[in-house]
Ligand binder design. Structure first.
Ligand code: IPE
Ligand code: IPE
Ligand code: MG
Length: 243
């Protein structure tokens, strides 16, 4: 692919981090931060749809988040159920298609059913695809893609990048153009390891519950200033380097 100035991102991925610190700053339990995080997410989904972003992928629960205290984990599972029952109808009316990426074989049947129900009820929508990464890990995704390919009988020498890409959890979406992480940490935390090979990374100190349309615009503006080279030379390779 040739190098190009970044235009509007088609696919934005977000590590929604900082809920716990947001709550702690307010002397509230961490669960209140997660609750405020859901409200931020609903607004950001709307903002992305308004900006003609086609795919938004959010990290909601990682394969490593099971390490958290049992009370927080069960609180997050309940919050997911509440959030879906509260927001699903509105999101669907706004043309949002919900898809899930993650290992649903190891979540409770109640949570699994709610997630699959959300996928099914919004399957006809096409304005914005919101992928909720739930019990997701980038390493899990690569392993499950290999397993699927092997089960299909793909020979080792036929296992190339395109074959693996077809089996990744988000095979329906182009790779993310822009990966945003809120909360000030500068790491990927096992999010979309395969898919973000060439994503532009933007790290924001904003804690996720405070993230809004203005913050999103600032991240997109940062993205638009980048030159995406994909390994090619820059826009004007003949230009001598400044000494
Ligand atoms: C991200 O916020 C939400 C999830 C991981 C579910 P955190 O809960 O990690 O918030 P901090 O990083 O502790 O502030
Ligand atoms: C990443 O945040 C996972 C989600 C936002 C769901 P974490 O808070 O779990 O990441 P680490 O532990 O700081 O790397
Ligand atoms: Mg965190």
């Amino acid at each position: 692919m040739a190098s190009s100035a970044a235009s509007n991102p088609r696919h934005i991925a977000i590590v929604m981090d900082g809920n716990g610190r947001w709550a702690r700053k307010r002397l509230m339990p961490r669960g209140m931060g997660h609750k405020a995080g859901v409200d931020a997410l609903v607004k950001v989904v709307q903002a992305c749809a308004d900006r003609n972003v086609e795919f938004l992928t959010v990290f909601a629960f990682s394969s490593e988040n099971w390490k958290r205290p049992e009370e927080e984990v069960s609180g997050l599972m309940s919050l997911l159920l509440v959030a879906l029952s509260k927001h699903l109808v509105r999101l669907s009316a706004d043309g949002v298609r919900i898809r899930i990426a993650g290992d649903l074989a190891h979540v409770s049947p109640k949570v699994r059913d709610a997630l699959l129900d959300a996928e099914q009820k919004t399957a006809h929508n096409s304005r914005l695809t919101l992928t909720v990464a739930f019990n997701y890990g980038g390493r899990w995704d690569i392993v499950q893609a290999c397993q699927k390919a092997l089960r299909e009988g793909v020979a080792p020498e036929a296992l190339d990048e395109a074959t693996l890409a077809r089996h990744m959890a988000m095979a329906y979406a182009p790779d993310p153009d822009l990966l945003i992480r809120t909360g000030g940490e500068v790491r990927i935390s096992n999010f979309l390891l395969w898919q973000c090979a060439y994503a532009e990374l933007v790290f924001s100190d904003c804690l996720w519950p405070d993230f809004d349309a203005a913050q999103l615009d600032a991240c997109i503006a940062d993205y638009r200033r980048r030159e995406r080279r994909f390994g090619d030379v820059g826009a004007d390779p003949a230009e001598p380097l400044a000494s």
